[in-house]
Design a protein around this ligand. Sequence first.
Ligand SMILES: [Zn+2]
Ligand SMILES: [Zn+2]
Length: 291
Amino acid sequence: MKDYHKILEVSKTASLEEIKKAYKKLALKYHPDKNPNSEEKFKEINEAYEFLTKGNQTSKFHKEFRHETFYVIQHHLTLSFENIIHGFKKEIKLSFDKSCQECEGIGKIPDKANKCQFCKGTGKKYIPVNGFNFVTQCPSCSGTGSSRLNTCKACQGVGSFIVEDTFFADIPPGVSVPINAEFQSKNMKLRVICRISINNNSQYKIQDHNLVIKKKFNVFDFILGKTVSIETPYGKKEVVLDKNNINRIVIGNHGIPILQTPKKGDLIIECEHNVPEFNSEQLEKLKEFIK
Ligand SMILES: [Zn+2]
Ligand SMILES: [Zn+2]
């Protein structure tokens, strides 16, 4: 799970403008033309930038230095309380637009007889950033220098195909805060970045690894040390009420699973007390007894 904000050295609440600014600064610093050892870092910065600036869509990253293309798909998943406690395992279908490689997603392919108007046939584009020139392919003709006048036969001019794939989301018990998890799709080996959010649809409050709930008890049951059956996320649990501890009942190892350990937090019951109604005869007896 990568922290893309950290990679771009911005805060989690950074605005789009701040992200763009940070990206330009870092892209300039780590551009492989300037610093041949920083290709990986440059790639990572680009990936973070794509992730943080593009919403729920397929992003295509062009690794210009090795001429490889790979895809990253974003998927959003909401975990219920049940999923937090027991984990989530499911094969999930993905359906997305994959841009046509033949025409680079434009729908038209270059016609060699016509020079590209944008780059005057050079196939290059210069982007000045802080006095340093990035040289990239002309996006209009994708470096061929020819005008795109012919309809692409592969995609019939649409520029993309609708593609389906699946991935197996396997989220262990204990994920109780929003995170990003990364999976690989089954057929196309896409990287699926799963944005996980939490919907605690239970009556429990989550406090770190502990679960907290309020419950009412008859105050006399504490005095008499009664055994009560308490509902927990892991089934019923018998508890002996303790007269020395009438405000809180702690059931250890019945809270949220702690990731990468066999342990769990606690289930904490905050007790509220019912005082039963007595008739006059009972009250008289009670008075006598307390004397
Ligand atoms: Zn095409
Ligand atoms: Zn061009």
